[in-house]
Design a protein around this ligand. Structure first.
Ligand code: SAM
Ligand code: SF4
Length: 330
C-alpha cells in the first residue's frame, strides 16, 4: 500500500479498547466518558480487520489502547493473530501496555509469538507514580516487568517527559533501564484530548533540553537503529542500552511515516495528529467478503496526509486534535 507521498504503509496500530485501569494526567481526564460497549468491534471483527490489512501488506501490528490487556478475551485475539507470524505474513506482533496486567499475561504473550513489548512508565517514585496515573500502583507494574523479563519478552520503557514532574529522574531511569536490560524512549507530551489548557502548557518539556541535561552525565553514541517507529536512537555508552527520543513537536518525523491507526470502533486514522478518518466498520459489516473493506482501506490510504499539525504555543489553543490518545492509541 503506497500513499500519495510514496510512503509504504506497512504498520498498523490498533486500539482494542478506549478503556483503561489508569487515568494518567496527560492522557485522560479523571471523569472520562468511554464509548458504549455496543459500539465496539467484536474480537472476531478486529481479527478480520487486522487480517485484511495483513493481506494488503501490513508487516507489523501493534495492539494498544486504552489499556489493551484490560479488554476481555484479549488473549484470544492475540493468540489468533499469532497465526500470521507462523505463516510469515507478519514480521512482528507487539503491544504497548501500562504493565499492570503483565504478571498475568507475560507467559501467554510469549507463547502467542509476541517478542517485544513497550511498557509505559514515567517515574520510579511510587508516590509520584500514583499521582501521575491517578489509579495505578508502581509495585504492580514492577512485578509485571519482572514477569515479562522472566518470560523472555524484550522490554522498551516509554516515558513521557513532563516538566517539573519527572525531568529530575532521567538519570535514574537510564541507570535503572541499564541494570534491568531495558531500552528507554523519552516522548514529548502531545496536545491530544481535553485535559485543561494550563496543564498542557505546564507539562511540555522540549526533549532537546532533556537531552542536553542527560549528556552532562551520560555519553550518547549516535546509531542508525530504527524500529519502524519515529524514535531517534542513541546508545548509552555507560550502560550499553539504547535511548530513544520521540520529538513530534521539535522535530517533524512525518516524512518517514509508515503507519495508520485503527480505533476499537473501526475508524481508521491516517495520521495521529489529524482529524481526517475513514469508517471501516460499515464496509466490514456490509458483507462477508472483504472486497468492500479492501476498497475502503485503499481509498483511506490515498488520503493519508503529509504530516501532523501539532503545536504547543502560548498564543494558540494547545489542543491540536480533540480526541484523547486512548482513542487512537499512542
Ligand atoms: N495504556 C497503554 C500504555 O499506557 O502504554 C497503551 C496506550 S497509551 C495511550 C500509549 C502511550 O501514549 C503511552 O506511552 C502514553 O504515555 C502515551 N501518551 C498518552 N497521552 C499522551 C500525550 N498526550 N502525549 C504523549 N504521549 C502520550
Ligand atoms: Fe491508560 Fe495508557 Fe492513557 Fe495511562 S497512558 S491513562 S495507562 S491509556
Amino acid at each position: 500500500m503506497l500513499d500519495p507521498f510514496g510512503r509504504s504503509v506497512s504498520y498498523l496500530r490498533v486500539s482494542v479498547t478506549d478503556r483503561c485501569d489508569f487515568r494518567c494526567v496527560y492522557c485522560m481526564a479523571e471523569d472520562m466518558t468511554f464509548l458504549p460497549k455496543a459500539d465496539l468491534l467484536s474480537l472476531e471483527e478486529l481479527d478480520r480487520l487486522c487480517s485484511a490489512f495483513i493481506g494488503m501488506g501490513v508487516r507489523k501490528l501493534r495492539l494498544t489502547g486504552g489499556e489493551p490487556l484490560v479488554r476481555r478475551g484479549i488473549m484470544t485475539l492475540i493468540d489468533n493473530l499469532g497465526r500470521h507470524l507462523k505463516t510469515g505474513a507478519l514480521d512482528e506482533l507487539t503491544l504497548t501496555t501500562n504493565g499492570s496486567q503483565l504478571e498475568k499475561y507475560a507467559v501467554d504473550l510469549y507463547r502467542a509469538g509476541v517478542r517485544r513489548i513497550n511498557v509505559s512508565l514515567d517515574t520510579l517514585d511510587a508516590a509520584k507514580f500514583a499521582e501521575l496515573t491517578r489509579w495505578g500502583r508502581l509495585d504492580q507494574v514492577m512485578a509485571g516487568l519482572q514477569a515479562a523479563k522472566a518470560a523472555g519478552l524484550a522490554v522498551k520503557i516509554n516515558a513521557v517527559a513532563l516538566r517539573g514532574v519527572n525531568d529530575s529522574e532521567f538519570d535514574d531511569l537510564i541507570a535503572w533501564c541499564g541494570r534491568e536490560g531495558f531500552d528507554l524512549v523519552l516522548i514529548e507530551v502531545m496536545p491530544m484530548g481535553e485535559i485543561g489548557e494550563a496543564a498542557r502548557l505546564d507539562q511540555y518539556l522540549p526533549l532537546s533540553m532533556a537531552r542536553a541535561s542527560i549528556q552532562r552525565k551520560w555519553t550518547l553514541d549516535e546509531t542508525d537503529y530504527r524500529t519502524g517507529g519515529p524514535a531517534r536512537y542513541y546508545t548509552v555508552r555507560e550502560t550499553g542500552r539504547r535511548l530513544g527520543f520521540i520529538t513530534p513537536l521539535t522535530h517533524n518525523f512525518c516524512e518517514s511515516c509508515n503507519r495508520v491507526r485503527l480505533t476499537c470502533t473501526g475508524t481508521l486514522y491516517m495520521c495521529l495528529g489529524q482529524n481526517d478518518a475513514a469508517d471501516l466498520r460499515a464496509p466490514l459489516r456490509a458483507s462477508e467478503s472483504n472486497a468492500l473493506l479492501e476498497e475502503a482501506i485503499r481509498e483511506a490510504i490515498s488520503r493519508k496526509p503529509k504530516g501532523h499539525d501539532f503545536v504547543i504555543d502560548r498564543r494558540k489553543a494547545p489542543t491540536a486534535v480533540p480526541r484523547h490518545m486512548s482513542v487512537t492509541g499512542g
